[in-house]
Design a protein around this ligand. Structure first.
Ligand SMILES: [Fe+2]
Ligand SMILES: [Fe+2]
Length: 209
């Protein structure tokens, strides 16, 4: 009982912090490898929209990891999920920093994205630790592919955003590898296809709103 009350309080605390507090990165903002160039207004808008999508992805990552940790059965799995969530906080802070620098705003639908992802995380978590880890591995694989696409779409002069996306891509690949080595089960093809579809809806909407 105490654990479930603690878990609910932790989850509520994490939701409020993710949505309304300024995230604190434990690692510095990844530095650009080449000098950033001045972006024209259209390039800024385009880069801002892409980074808003990535920021929403990180809001969802917080929600998923928090929910999955809350219902994980094995304490070691729970600790791994919380450790990954902490690293995702860097991503949240970095994407927020890029939004600020580009003069773009975060998605207006963030509370909705958070709630949806949290519900999904609870379902995945309830299906058992192996499936839950399989969900992490597949999510991270899809996110990594998505970020790779953004590296080609970001304006050529936006070396600062590209540096952030590059480091995030490396981290997501590591999160997937960690989930596999912690005992992830491969999800069925239909589940992976549904996740791709959900990801496409999210990225399309967050690009605008
Ligand atoms: Fe991330
Ligand atoms: Fe990740």
């Amino acid at each position: 009982m105490t654990r479930s009350i603690d878990t609910v309080l932790d989850a509520a605390d994490s939701a409020l912090r993710t949505l309304f507090a300024r995230p604190h990165a434990t690692r510095p903002l990844p530095p650009p490898t080449e000098p950033p160039e001045e972006l024209n207004p259209a390039e800024r808008r385009h880069a801002g929209a892409l980074m808003r999508v990535n920021h929403v992805g990180e809001i969802c990552a917080q929600a998923l990891y928090t929910a999955q940790a809350a219902v994980a059965r094995d304490p070691a799995v729970r600790a791994d999920l919380l450790a990954a969530a902490a690293e995702e906080t860097d991503h949240l802070a970095w994407t927020q920093a890029r939004l600020d620098a580009l003069g773009a705003r975060a998605s207006l639908l963030n509370p909705l994205w958070y709630a949806g992802a949290f519900a999904l995380g609870l379902v995945a978590g309830r299906l058992g630790d192996a499936i839950s880890l399989g969900f992490v591995a597949e999510t991270e694989r899809q996110v990594e592919a998505h970020l790779d696409g953004h590296l080609g779409r970001l304006p050529a002069g936006d070396a600062a955003s590209r540096a952030v996306v590059t480091q995030m891509k490396l981290d997501e690949a590591r999160h997937a590898a960690q989930a596999w080595s912690a005992g992830a089960a491969q999800l069925p093809a239909w589940a992976r296809a549904m996740m791709r579809l959900a990801g496409r809806v999210m990225t399309t909407v967050a690009h605008r709103i």
